[in-house]
Design a protein around this ligand. Structure first.
Ligand code: HEC
Length: 191
């Protein structure tokens, strides 16, 4: 019994280490599928993103009119945009050498760098806009295999639609509350 529980603990520890390194071996041993890991990581991202948009940007900019959010937040002494907040976090994760990566993309991107590029990104975005549900597919890029998940990014606050509909670089100007405005693309390396 003792041996069993010890090995169980080491499996859980290995799975935790794997979440940080992006490896696949330990997660399989612990019974976590790629989908489970992707869904969990996304749950954290989406919650943080919604909290920042609702409690910081929407409240201070749109409701209480205390401070604006601006792309040029440094010069304007303004709040960082929700999408910038998300991107800076994703960039910091890369700097830390994580095996996984994520980005916020859209077919109606304000910043053209956020347009889908790979075939799976395009297919996934079209699917989440249509269904409002997550999309999963295996993808090979540069000879490496990835588990790619695409999650719908919805207009959860008025600030989302007001800013995008009014933005000079936005190719779409009729977003409504609850619309899927784009998607979070999350990639896990596969063994
Ligand atoms: C004050 C303006 C503003 C607000 C509020 C805002 N956005 Fe954006 N959004 C932008 C800008 C500008 C970009 C491009 C940022 C960059 O440089 O990556 C962007 C990027 C995005 C992208 C990536 C594709 C693109 O358009 O470049 C998505 C998807 C998106 N926003 C959805 C949302 C959602 C959903 C909300 C609310 C939760 C929201 N945005 C709130 C201005 C805004």
């Amino acid at each position: 019994m003792k041996r069993l529980s010890l090995s169980r603990i080491s499996t859980v520890l290995a799975a935790a280490a794997c979440l940080a390194c992006g490896g696949a071996l330990a997660q399989a041993a612990a019974g976590w599928s790629y989908k489970d890991i992707a869904d969990s990581l996304h749950m954290i991202m989406e919650s943080d993103r919604t909290v920042y948009t609702r409690l910081i940007v929407n409240r201070l900019q749109n409701e209480e009119k205390v401070i604006k959010a601006s792309e040029h937040w440094k010069d304007d002494k303004a709040l960082v945009l929700p999408a910038q907040m998300f991107r800076y976090g994703a960039e910091m994760v890369q700097e830390k050498g994580a095996g996984f990566s994520y980005a916020l993309l859209s077919d109606w991107a304000v910043n053209k760098q956020n347009a889908p590029k790979t075939a799976v990104e395009k297919e996934g975005l079209a699917a989440v806009v249509k269904s409002g549900a997550p999309f999963y597919k295996e993808e090979t890029l540069g000879g490496k295999k990835f588990f790619t998940a695409v999650y719908p990014d919805k207009a959860v606050a008025k600030a989302c639609i007001v800013c995008h509909n009014d933005h000079k670089d936005s190719p779409k100007r009729d977003f409504k509350m609850g619309d899927v405005m784009g998607g979070v693309v999350l990639r896990l390396p596969m063994k």
